[in-house]
Design a protein. Structure first.
Ligand SMILES: Cc1cc2nc3c(=O)[nH]c(=O)nc-3n(C[C@H](O)[C@H](O)[C@H](O)COP(=O)(O)OP(=O)(O)OC[C@H]3O[C@@H](n4cnc5c(N)ncnc54)[C@H](O)[C@@H]3O)c2cc1C
Length: 460
């Protein structure tokens, strides 16, 4: 009883003190507040503290510690496993903290911990500046960056963590600390891939790059032409400058002006080239793909911010995805990859994607716990569907894609693209050689593993 009344009084005080808003079971708005991107997640936190600023985060963490609650951190809510929430946990929900401040003179941007990619890209675009961001506009910058961060600009500008200048963090002791190359350098190192293990990032500062022009080429092929398209995409990227990125993928043809009627609602193969430069140069680079018989093409300059929301997927659908980092993309693997497309749940927003790496990713700083940077390609089966009756089929499809490509896996893992796949995969996602060092940082900043709803690093 004593602890119940203590909890009740503490909750009442939190409601009173927080500039943001607090939701507990039974409150109107609780169910909406606990919804995340993946509609399969149904977790029931004890308390959701929607913080308005860093002082609120300090208050919320103190509240959680006083009541001995584990703490989940919510940025954009895009994590597959729903680690933005925890059953019976305190959720530090950062969605109200979404301010983005661009400093064009120093080519840097400060982003509050709950801002989405859309807010970041819309803030930097007017200055002709950009940095590596995720490929969907509603993804949270916080989870994306702290987990590594790959996107259309990564071959040109490196992983998102390669652009990380500073982090403002609230630790498990409710202390506000700064981490950068000079202050708390071990913590700063660990935040380059170690995710939400070390505290709540109330703000991140990222380096920006000039992006005066941006162009895309999107070509659609019949599924039977897929193997040729993938091989040609491989050749194009193999000889490309770092400014060229993109993906080759299978998807359901959307109902869009540029999609011919006979492809709408059917499986199609798409080659997408993204180019940090102008249309004329991109057309030259895309020639081999344009020379293949295709059903539709779209080539031209486009504001980067527009591409960033072109492939958006609605929240609340059912999600299951995974990824394998690949040693290469030999013909045999191309055939395995393309064959697996036939089993995709279609028509759904599911995508079966191969991303190129290389460029600035491979050249980037090698000291950080992001071991997948040397893989030249990544395959990312991304199943999204609406009907629970399709659960088994969709999950099995993702599993089969992984199993099929495993002979070519580097063994490294990009943790942002997977859900809960066990401790070995987490280890492979951080790098076995980095683990002890990460565990020491965890012990220094979160010895009780309060922040455990993540790809968890245990304090040694
Ligand atoms: C549709 C879609 C597209 C995606 N595209 C890409 C892509 O192109 N490239 C890519 O790299 N990834 C991509 N991802 C994966 C995405 O980067 C990860 O799921 C990432 O964790 C999402 O971050 P979030 O803040 O939205 O998620 P959340 O679920 O809110 O957070 C995930 C975890 O990150 C941590 N976290 C989040 N914010 C903070 C913070 N401010 N401080 C401390 N910890 C924090 C917490 O541990 C939390 O459990 C995509 C995901 C989806 C659903």
């Amino acid at each position: 009883m004593a602890s119940l009344s203590k909890a009740g009084a503490a909750l009442a005080a939190l409601r009173e003190d927080l500039a943001g808003e607090v939701f507990a079971p039974g409150d109107a708005g609780y169910d909406a507040a606990r919804a995340v991107f993946n509609g399969m997640i149904d977790k029931r936190p004890a308390v959701i503290a929607q913080c308005a600023d860093a002082a609120d985060v300090v208050r919320a963490v103190r509240f959680g510690r006083d009541l001995d609650l584990p703490i989940a951190v919510r940025g954009g809510g895009h994590g597959l496993a729903g680690t933005a929430l925890g059953d019976g946990a305190l959720v530090v929900d950062l969605r109200r903290m979404h301010q983005v401040t661009v400093d064009p003179a120093s080519e840097a941007v400060r982003i509050e911990g709950g801002a989405t990619m859309s807010r970041l890209d819309r803030a930097t675009q007017p200055y002709g500046l950009a940095t590596t961001g995720g490929r969907i506009s509603s993804t949270g910058v916080g989870g994306f960056v702290l987990g590594g961060g790959t996107g259309w600009l990564d071959r040109a500008f490196g992983l998102a963590v390669d652009n990380l200048i500073a982090v403002e963090l609230v630790t498990a002791d409710a202390e506000q600390v700064h981490a950068n190359a000079d202050e708390n350098p071990e913590l700063f190192w660990a935040l380059h891939g170690g995710g939400g293990n070390f505290g709540v990032a109330t703000a991140l500062t990222l380096e920006l790059h000039e992006l005066p022009e941006f162009a895309v080429a999107l070509l659609l092929y019949l599924p039977e032409a897929g193997p040729d398209a993938v091989r040609t995409f491989r050749e194009v990227l193999g000889a490309a400058p770092d400014e060229l990125g993109g993906a080759v993928l299978y998807l359901t043809g959307p109902s869009a002006e540029f999609v011919p009627e006979h492809l709408a609602g059917r499986l199609v193969c798409a080659a997408l080239l993204t180019y940090a430069g102008g249309e004329e140069d991109l057309r030259k680079l895309a020639e081999p793909l344009l020379a293949l018989p295709h059903e539709s093409q779209l080539v031209g300059t486009v504001p980067y911010v527009d591409l960033q929301c072109m492939l958006d997927v609605a929240p609340g659908l059912r999600n299951h995805w995974s990824a394998e980092c690949l040693t290469g993309l030999p013909d045999e693997l191309v055939d395995v990859y393309c064959t697996r497309a036939a089993d995709m749940p279609v028509p759904t927003p599911t995508r079966h994607i191969v991303f190129p790496q290389g460029g600035a990713i491979a050249a980037g700083p090698h000291q950080y716990p992001v071991p997948y940077r040397d893989a030249p390609w990544t395959v990312h089966p991304f199943a999204v569907w609406a009907d629970p009756a399709d659960d088994e089929r969709a999950v099995a499809w993702v599993r089969d894609v992984r199993a099929g490509v495993r002979p070519w896996s580097t063994g490294d893992v990009y943790l942002n693209l997977i859900g809960e796949e066990g401790a070995e995969r987490v280890r492979a996602g951080l790098g076995a050689g980095n683990l002890l060092r990460l565990e020491k940082v965890k012990r220094a900043y979160d010895p009780d593993n309060v922040f455990r709803f993540n790809h968890n690093i245990r304090p040694v």
